[in-house]
Structure formats: structure tokens, C-alpha cells
Design a protein around this ligand. Structure first.
Ligand SMILES: [Cu+2]
Length: 150
């Protein structure tokens, strides 16, 4: 029976290796580093989905992200946080996400995420501009991945 798991484990390792393959492309001049940026392809016929990434602040001062924007026509982005309240999952909108000094904050399934309205998933990747509390914006490329429930 253990043999049946072989291909699955091999597949997972391949994904892990692929995601560690070389340095991620970082927006030039950005004080924050963005890794593992991906957007979940929406269910067919739907245009609401979520995007995720890991944000690292290598500096000595906390940095706030006050939003993400797209130049894609009709695409709107909100920063959300999923929370469980009395056994119910809820989402609330975040006006600001602070990345502490020398720390990584993850937008990840089940937690903070970027909520996308108006993305049909047909593009292999898309760019969202992260706006920092300094007012600077930096483009981050999100790769589209097929729908995954986990
Ligand atoms: Cu949401």
C-alpha cells in the first residue's frame, strides 16, 4: 500500500524544488521582498478569487502596506483577513498590514489574503502594485495557479 504514495510524494517534492528554483524576481528599489506570489484561478464562470504571497521586511523599521492595485480593467483588490468567530469563518477588510522589522508576513489560505474582484483567471500571471505607507508603489507578479481547495 505504501507504494501508492510514491508518485504523490514525488510530485510534492517536484513542486517544492520548483518553488525554490532560483531567486524570486523582486521589484527594483522595494524595501520589501515578495515571494511565492500566486493567484488562485477562480472556479469556471466566477471572477472572485484570492491571491497570496510572503512579504519580508529585511530592514530595521516596520513598513506598512496600505493596498494593492491592478491596472487590469475592472479588477479590484482588497486586503482581507479570515477569522473564525463562533465556528463561522468570516472575512474582514484590512486598511493596512504592517510588516515588522526583520520579519516575514504571509498572505496565505485561511489567513490574510488579497481578495480579487473581476479576475477571470485566463491570464497566466498578473501584476499587482503594492502601495506602501510611504506612498511608493512596487509591482509584484502573481502566477495563476489552478483552483486548489485545502
Ligand atoms: Cu476575502
Amino acid at each position: 500500500m505504501a507504494r501508492a504514495y510514491g508518485p504523490v510524494v514525488a510530485g510534492m517534492l517536484a513542486i517544492l524544488v520548483a518553488s525554490c528554483d532560483g531567486p524570486a524576481q523582486q521589484p527594483s528599489g522595494s524595501p520589501l521582498e515578495f515571494d511565492n506570489a500566486w493567484v488562485r484561478a477562480p472556479v469556471a464562470g466566477r471572477t472572485v478569487t484570492a491571491a497570496y504571497c510572503d512579504v519580508t521586511n529585511p530592514g530595521d523599521m516596520p513598513i506598512g502596506i496600505i493596498g494593492f492595485e491592478s491596472d487590469h480593467p475592472g479588477l479590484r483588490v482588497e486586503m482581507h483577513e479570515s477569522t473564525e468567530h463562533d465556528g463561522m469563518m468570516r472575512m474582514r477588510r484590512l486598511a493596512r498590514v504592517t510588516i515588522p522589522a526583520k520579519a516575514t508576513v504571509s498572505f496565505a489560505p485561511g489567513g490574510m489574503h488579497l481578495m480579487l474582484f473581476g479576475f477571470d483567471g485566463t491570464a497566466a500571471e498578473m501584476t499587482l502594485a503594492a502601495t506602501l505607507d510611504s506612498g511608493e508603489t512596487f509591482p509584484v507578479v502573481f502566477a495563476t495557479r489552478p483552483e486548489q481547495h485545502r
